[in-house]
Design a binder for this molecule. Structure first.
Ligand code: TRP
Length: 446
């Protein structure tokens, strides 16, 4: 582990790594379609509230545990529990996290694969001169093609696991650092273009004027799950990164910066996408295909549209690459913690995730009729349950561990702030985050 211990020798590098984990499909793909399915502004308000009251404080809890333990999640939890005289079984939480990211990475790789396909199509001018109906039909045909779906999933997962195995994530994060501002710029540009379309006004009021009557227990549950997902919190993945966090860095500052950027990217994507939706008279609740259908339409209207579209998908791919590397980390760290080499650990994780991912990749074709639970397809199940149940449960337990179980001194040192700051954080986690997460989970499950 020593070689990697130096990974994030600077504060900036740590923030970059966490931003790389946070910004990804959750912001640009998942946020718009989930918001669309849940009525817009009311969902958005809840999501922001959950980011502030749950996501941020628990993100700090999670990184703090890794930083205090300086080991793989399973070992950090076990070690700190022993220090506190608590049960060693807390280590199981690390395994639960590894199982959660296993499920998430399986579909994440498939959807990132869609970006590969769209990048290639865009660069070949495949969207030029297509009308919205044709673009929609093209996407449907792609989903229904088991071979192309599997090929792109395989390619993306291979890209991810190669970087993880070679331990060169740091290099990728640097590249990310260089190129992500361009992605943000493209989103600003798109949002600017959106402002000139007919749908812009409708999109804004739909996104920002909440209708409180639209709030149901399910909407609340979806918003909570998404807050965890987008911040990469609840599966011990940031805990694994926390183990490499440099000394003397304030965790609240780092976490705050990441959350701000993360929500900002989602809002820009939302504004751009919903302006297209309302300009074209489309359905905001279109589902997982929303981004893939609206963006080619939007870019088509811009000068050099085909070029920008391919650049956009390339950058999105880079963003999802660093996120999926983070998703792989808890699993790889767990195997490594048991004495396996990094390369072998990455290979095992890669094969298992690939197999699981086939269920998602084939959900739209070969397995379309297979509805194992609640009449939902494998893809619907794996994009819903791990995010909306496993992440909040994991986050809740992480919060309990950091705010109730861990010894005060270790926790405070790892948060990297003074006594008043620490007390503020702990009070918030103990009396707001934990009860709120428990309440929403209970309401949603009932
Ligand atoms: N936050 C990432 C996104 O928005 C996804 C992600 C990366 C994630 N690492 C995670 C989600 C760990 C849950 C847990 O695309």
């Amino acid at each position: 582990m020593n070689a990697t211990l130096e990974r994030w020798s600077t504060r900036r590098a740590f923030i970059l790594a966490v931003t790389g984990a946070a910004v990804g499909l959750g912001n640009i793909w998942r946020f718009p379609y989930i918001t669309g399915e849940n009525g817009g502004a009311a969902f958005l308000v809840l999501y922001v509230v959950f980011v502030l009251l749950l996501g941020l404080p628990i993100m700090m809890a999670e990184i703090l545990i890794g930083r205090a333990g300086r080991r793989s999640p399973v070992q950090s939890l076990g070690h700190l529990a022993a220090l506190a005289g608590a049960s060693r079984h807390w280590g199981l939480l690390g395994l639960f996290g590894a199982f959660t990211v296993f499920c998430i990475l399986s579909f994440y790789s498939v959807v990132s694969g869609w970006s590969i396909e769209f990048f290639i199509t865009a660069i070949n001018g495949g969207f030029v001169g297509r009308n919205p109906a044709e673009i929609g039909a093209g996407f449907e045909a792609f989903l229904a093609d088991p071979w192309r779906m599997t090929f792109n999933h395989t390619l993306f997962l291979f890209m991810t696991m190669t970087v993880v195995a070679a331990g060169v994530a740091k290099g990728l994060e640097r590249l990310n650092n260089l190129l992500m501002p361009l992605l943000y710029l493209l989103l600003v540009l798109l949002a600017g273009y959106a402002a000139t379309t007919d749908g812009f006004g409708t999109a804004l009021s739909w996104l920002f004027r909440p209708d409180l009557a639209a709030i149901t227990p399910m909407v609340v549950m979806h918003a909570m799950g998404h807050a965890f997902f987008t911040l990469a919190v609840g599966a011990c993945a940031l805990m694994a990164y926390g183990a490499y966090m440099p000394e003397r860095q304030s965790l609240p500052h780092a976490a705050g910066a990441v959350a701000l950027l993360d929500v900002g990217v989602a809002l820009l994507a939302g504004i751009a996408i919903f302006s297209v939706v309302f300009s074209q008279g489309m359905d905001p609740g279109e589902g997982p295909g929303l981004m893939f259908v609206t963006l080619p339409i939007a870019f088509a209207e811009l000068p050099w549209g085909a070029l920008w579209l391919s650049v956009f998908f390339l950058l999105l791919l880079l963003a999802t690459w660093t996120s999926s590397i983070n998703l792989a980390e808890p699993m790889v760290a767990t195997l490594q913690g048991r004495g396996l080499g990094r390369g072998r650990s990455a290979a095992i994780v890669g094969v298992l995730v690939w197999l699981m991912g086939l269920l998602s990749a084939l959900s739209f074709s070969t397995l379309a009729e297979w509805r194992p639970l609640f009449g939902m397809s494998a893809f619907d199940l794996v994009t819903t349950i791990p995010t909306e149940i496993f992440l909040p449960v994991g986050g809740l337990l992480i919060a309990v561990f950091a705010a109730w179980v861990m010894p005060h001194r270790e926790a405070q040192a790892a948060l990297g702030v003074g006594e008043p700051g620490f007390r503020l954080w702990r009070t918030m986690v103990r009396w707001i985050s934990i009860p709120l997460a428990a309440l929403v989970l209970a309401a949603g499950l009932l």
